[in-house]
Design a binder for this molecule. Structure first.
Ligand SMILES: Nc1nc2c(ncn2[C@@H]2O[C@H](COP(=O)(O)OP(=O)(O)O)[C@@H](O)[C@H]2O)c(=O)[nH]1
Ligand SMILES: [Mg+2]
Length: 299
């Protein structure tokens, strides 16, 4: 019995996980350590060039699923400067669900907090004029609750730890409305998140004494309903999230602030129980590509 299993395992190829670097037998499915799908590691191995991770972080409700969905949608259509090549059908699921939901005047479902149900995205992004300069938007659509737990208790989610340590650039999303209305709480979370990133990145780069070179684009989401954030993101952050500015200054050599929004107009519906629901009436995408264009100039 044992011999047969060994023989079967012996005939299976070994695969190095593109995210955590662990070598495992390729039985299909997910890496036993960090849960990245083997399909993605295989795609990276076949390409022959190491992945250049760009990941997206933010707390629950920050707008990650919507931002990621529209980003992939715009990249696959191609823009003036950038174009994206999604790998695997899984990369399109988030995009399809997001765009479909908004076209049907609703927001997409909340991301579940179990890591095995997170949808992964892998989109290779290159410059139209400099195709050899590329990054991989390679990230699961994290649940914000999991990010908050991982920051409090490091390694609760090895996957988040691996993705952050592998990232060559980061997009960090903050809800502009929460920053305006509940700034202290949002700022406190922002400081904890930045210090977590600095610690993990510092370890993986072995350069704890200097500022980190990893580009960090901070995106104020839902700025369609927060004009002060849309007008001047840097001033808005200085006024509402001063701890975040300090944390960036202390640890990062390259960071900047952006604002984004995807809703043109919305309505509030109230159901029979008095529950309020926001209904997006039409989409008007603003500020989605700018943070990535900024990153592409720095990696
Ligand atoms: N007005 C507006 N609301 C947004 C926008 N993006 C997200 N939202 C709202 O924020 C909620 C959470 O967004 P989601 O992308 O699921 O956040 P996640 O938890 O970070 O993935 C949505 O259900 C919307 O109500 C935006 O660009 N404009
Ligand atoms: Mg989500």
């Amino acid at each position: 019995m044992v011999d047969t299993t060994m023989a079967t395992l012996g005939s299976l190829a070994k695969l190095t996980c593109a995210c955590c670097g662990n070598e495992t037998v390729d039985r299909g499915g997910y890496c036993g350590h960090c849960q990245m799908p083997f399909d993605m590691s295989r795609a990276v191995n076949e390409r022959g060039t190491p992945p250049r991770f760009v990941s997206i972080l933010g707390r629950s409700g920050a707008g990650k699923t919507i931002y990621l969905g529209f980003l992939i949608d715009m990249l696959t259509k191609g823009t003036q400067n950038l174009r994206g090549l999604p790998h695997g059908s899984f990369s399109l699921a988030t995009q399809q669900e997001t765009v479909y939901a908004l076209e049907n005047r609703r927001f997409p479902e909340k991301t579940a907090s179990e890591s095995d149900s997170w949808q992964w995205v892998h989109c290779e992004v290159s410059h139209v004029k400099k195709p050899k300069r590329f990054v991989d938007i390679m990230t699961p659509d994290f649940a914000g609750e999991a990010i908050e737990q991982e920051i409090e208790y490091e390694n609760t989610y090895p996957l988040i730890h691996s993705v952050v340590s592998r990232s060559e650039a980061l997009l960090i999303l903050f809800d502009s409305n929460s920053a305006r209305d509940n700034g202290r709480d949002e700022d406190f979370f922002a400081m904890k998140l930045m210090s977590y990133i600095a610690k993990i990145q510092g370890k993986s780069n072995g350069r704890r004494w200097r500022k980190l070179r990893v580009p960090v684009a901070i995106v104020l989401t839902k700025a369609d309903s927060c004009p002060e954030a849309m007008d001047n993101p840097t001033e808005f952050v200085a006024a509402n999230l001063p701890g975040l500015v300090q944390a960036c200054e202390r640890s990062f050599a390259q960071y900047d602030f952006f604002a984004a929004g995807v809703v043109g107009s919305s309505a509030i519906a109230v159901d029979g129980y008095g529950r309020r629901m926001h209904l997006p009436l039409h989409t008007e995408v603003r500020g989605i590509m700018e943070p990535l264009e900024w990153i592409m100039k720095r990696v």
